[in-house]
Design a protein around this ligand. Structure first.
Ligand code: ZN
Ligand code: ZN
Length: 131
């Protein structure tokens, strides 16, 4: 379904198909920056976050976003840069550690166990405001 949405980066209204929360212009730029990082890392493997940020003039925040989006990953299992949003443990990419993902999934399975039936009669009650 197409709908209007504000771009998360530049704030412009754009027609979204629900796949991205950034506008086509920012998406294109974003992909280009990511491509630069990818090429840099091919040329200079074992670069760290700071080296990539400084040499490509990219903000550390942006690199962190790519890590959260699972487009990049930190080599060190034990880092203090990317932490699980739930328990704070070191992770290499994404938003949550493996055990929190398991738990979240389990929580959803429990939460979605409520059974559903169609509503027989629908009362649509709008309170009157008397002035
Ligand atoms: Zn934008
Ligand atoms: Zn966790």
């Amino acid at each position: 379904m197409l709908h209007l949405e504000n771009c998360k980066i530049c704030g412009t209204l754009f027609t979204s198909n629900g796949m991205f929360d950034i506008c086509p212009y920012c998406k294109k730029q974003d992909d280009e920056v990511f491509e630069r990082i990818r090429e840099y890392l091919e040329q200079y493997p074992n670069s760290n976050i700071l080296e990539v940020a400084l040499n490509l003039d990219i903000s550390v925040r942006r690199i962190k976003r790519y890590l959260r989006e699972c487009r990049l990953q930190i080599v060190e299992k034990d880092n203090t840069f990317l932490l699980c949003k739930k328990c704070g443990q070191s992770i290499q990419s994404g938003e949550y550690c493996d055990s929190c993902i398991d738990n979240l999934y389990h929580d959803y399975k429990v939460a979605y166990k409520g059974r559903i039936v169609p509503v027989k009669e629908k009362f649509h009650y709008l309170p009157f405001i008397n002035r």
